[in-house]
Design a protein. Structure first.
Length: 386
């Protein structure tokens, strides 16, 4: 018990009100949750200046764990199956216990910080085999504004908005009747805002696409020096009124990332840089260099509207944005993305006028215009024989 308490207290040190640095308790809690051996997912950091005179920093850690049993291969001997099952059951039990450690750490942190915060919300409901926890707290800044509170029952989430610094946590434990197992899932978020002293109306300018592309060009050259790497053209056009088959399946579908409705118009041009799958080490190193350059650039240019997101690595079959920048007064938007599939790794450097629409099978395409596809050489699928 003493060891558990000691571990928890590593994530919870003396409370501090709003200052020029994010709250240390909350930052240490993020690091503690990331390192716990459990089904951690969705660990990322975001930074954006889409707000008057400030930059918002957001840290997020999500976790998901189940008691679903994966049975050993029937082709194994009985002894091997027993060994596998014992190992698997202990593995799940350990991660299940670590989820409890995570929840206890968050509970203690929010309980302590609620005494120092300007606003707080602490809710727990435990009934039969179901647990529900919703925490939120906020610190006001020097402006003294009272943050707005919103409890979103649809997503089981409670948050404060308009605060200089805020944190929220949601947690659910329930029985999944379809898979016949228990599920524990949680999401912790820490948001912190820093002042830039800039006026959105007077000081903000368009994202400098040419300057950013020049900055990353040395990395792109090293990428293209790898055997089999190549630069692929991008041209995606979606006009108003084109009715596409949009799917929320988590795979590449039609995606809108730059304002407007799903029926909006958008033309995206640029280049997809491809690295063969055999160069995983090199691809990851190049990704980290691009990520570092992107963060350094936006930190040096708070006068240019941007959104930066750190995923840490390529994610299979996930079209991830590293950085995006908005054009003002009719200028085009810019975005840098990553993608990974069975063939290899992709870095996409794109400019967009209007909405960004991503064709479902874009890695095979030279162009896509309202559903009409022009395939890259050798990528056109063969007609099925009748």
């Amino acid at each position: 018990m003493k060891k558990i308490i000691a571990i928890i207290l590593l994530a919870v040190v003396s409370a501090a009100a709003y200052s020029q640095e994010p709250n240390k308790q909350l930052q240490q809690l993020v690091e503690y949750l990331k390192k716990l051996d459990m089904g951690v997912m969705g660990v990322h950091y975001e930074q954006t200046n889409y707000m008057p005179s400030g930059v918002q920093h957001k840290w997020h850690v999500g976790f998901y764990e189940t008691t679903q049993r994966i049975l050993a291969d029937e082709s194994l001997s009985e002894e091997k199956r027993k060994q596998y099952q014992a190992y698997h059951d202990e593995f799940i039990a350990k991660r299940w216990r670590n989820v409890e450690l995570a929840v206890d750490s968050v509970r203690l942190a929010f309980a302590r910080l609620s005494k120092e915060s300007s606003s707080s919300y602490l809710f727990e409901n435990h009934r039969d085999s179901t647990d529900t926890i919703k925490y939120a707290l906020a610190f006001t800044g020097s402006d003294g504004k009272v943050p707005r509170f919103l409890e979103n029952k649809k997503y089981n989430q409670a948050q404060f908005y308009g605060a200089r610094e805020a944190a929220s946590f949601r947690y659910d434990r329930f029985f999944d009747s379809k898979r016949q197992c228990f599920v524990k899932k949680g999401s912790f978020e820490h948001v912190y805002v820093t002042d830039t002293g800039l006026s959105w109306e007077k000081d903000m300018k368009s994202f400098d696409t040419k300057a950013f592309q020049a900055l990353i060009q040395p990395v792109i050259k090293r990428l293209l020096a790898l055997k089999g790497a190549k630069a692929l053209p991008i041209y995606w056009q979606h006009d108003v009124g084109y009715d596409d088959d949009i799917k929320e399946d988590g795979l590449i579908s039609k995606t809108v990332t730059h304002g407007g409705s799903v029926e909006g118009q958008g033309i995206t041009t640029g280049t997809a840089y491809f690295i063969p799958d055999e160069y995983r080490t090199e691809a990851e190193a190049l990704y980290k260099q691009l990520d570092s350059l992107a963060l350094a650039y936006v930190n040096q240019h708070p006068e240019q509207p941007y959104h930066y997101s750190r995923s840490g690595s390529f994610w299979q079959r996930a079209f991830l944005q590293i950085v995006s920048g908005d054009g003002r007064d009719g200028d085009d938007d810019y975005s840098l993305h990553s993608y990974y599939d069975k063939d290899g790794y992709y870095i996409l450097s794109l400019t967009t006028k209007g909405d960004l629409w991503v064709p479902r099978d874009w890695p095979k395409l030279k162009s896509w215009i309202n559903g009409e596809k022009v395939y890259l050489k050798g990528m056109k699928p063969k007609d099925k024989k009748k």
